[in-house]
Ligand binder design. Structure first.
Ligand code: ATP
Length: 298
């Protein structure tokens, strides 16, 4: 095998609680993370020539994204080459569909997918635990993106426990036309006097019962208030989704992407169309209709 192409799936947070801040600036979190079917594509090819000092050449469908060593896919290839003493040159191709700087872990998903692809391409025999151990060096969300599905993520996001998946839903995703810096949002959350803490344990219990309306009651995100303070568009999108029939609408991660859960596909499509048309008076960069993703066998 000289080439492999895999899908890198994005995520949503059904719950995100910031529990505290560590000395090193990282935050202790309790999150319910869910993989969705919106994906980037990562292709890796073994080259005959040796392209650069690192032996890595990268291309990307989005011109704004650097293809040098600051790209997380580049870092993931370099990490695997070093860990396993790989000598061959490698070409990586990234096709982006997951909105960027949006709270959907697009970069982490690409990194996780690259680790998995390198493992297949060079028949390295690493199990998922080993890939998670490597992944956390690249980012706190990478281990989740290696495992995928529905998980309770604790610590800085790297301590993973499988939990009951939510029932099938139609998910409308709307990314407003501005990005946010995850770092800035986490810094600002420390200065909140009375931060909102969603009840993550209760959310896990509600997932066990499987009633989407009950689940929706316990979904929530500590970071939402920080991002909303700067960007009121988020609340407006949530209101449009709710008024349009969403069982739940909320922000994912550090934002600004908002998602809505709908029981009926046509209703979700209608709201998506409205948001895309600009009739709601909010500038939206990307609207997508998707579903939850569960890895096979789970
Ligand atoms: P999270 O939900 O984990 O906070 P995010 O969705 O907010 O992630 P990403 O899309 O993962 O943010 O990207 C964050 C930054 O990482 C981008 O602004 C970009 O400069 C950089 N980056 C490096 N490599 C990639 C990549 N392959 N895909 C997306 N972003 C990348």
């Amino acid at each position: 095998m000289r080439q492999i192409r895999l899908k890198a799936y994005g995520k949503l947070n059904l719950g995100l609680d910031v529990i505290g801040r560590r000395e090193n600036g990282y935050h202790d979190l309790a999150m319910v993370m869910q993989t969705v079917k919106l994906y980037d594509t990562i292709t890796l090819r073994i080259l005959d020539e040796f392209p650069s000092e690192d032996g890595i050449r990268l291309t990307c469908s989005v011109p704004e994204l650097p293809v040098d060593e600051s790209n997380i896919v580049y870092k993931a290839i370099r990490l695997m080459r070093k860990e396993y003493g790989i000598k061959e040159g490698i070409k990586g191709e990234i096709i982006k569909h997951i909105p960027m700087a949006a709270g959907m872990a697009g970069g982490s998903a690409d990194a996780a997918c690259t680790l998995i692809a390198m493992n297949y391409l060079f028949r390295l025999g690493a199990d998922r635990e080993k890939l998670c151990d490597l992944g956390v060096k690249l980012g706190a969300d990478v281990p989740f993106c290696v495992m995928r599905g529905t998980m309770l993520c604790e610590g800085i996001g790297e301590k993973l426990t499988h939990i009951t998946p939510p029932p099938h839903c139609h998910i409308l995703i709307a990314k407003p036309s501005f990005g946010v810096s995850t770092k800035d949002v986490y810094e600002a959350v420390d200065s909140l006097k009375t931060p909102y803490h969603p009840d993550i344990r209760a959310l896990c219990k509600a997932l066990d019962k499987g009633d989407i309306k009950e689940i929706a009651k316990y979904c929530g995100n500590t970071l939402e208030r920080v991002t909303v303070e700067k960007h009121s568009e988020i609340e407006k999108i949530e209101a449009v989704m709710r008024d349009g029939g969403a069982v739940l609408s909320m922000m994912t991660g550090s934002g600004p992407t908002v998602f809505g859960l709908f029981e009926d596909r046509m209703t979700a499509r209608k709201v998506g169309k409205m948001l895309r048309s600009g009739r709601a008076g909010i500038q939206i960069e990307q609207v997508a209709l998707t579903e939850f993703y569960q890895p096979k066998g789970r």
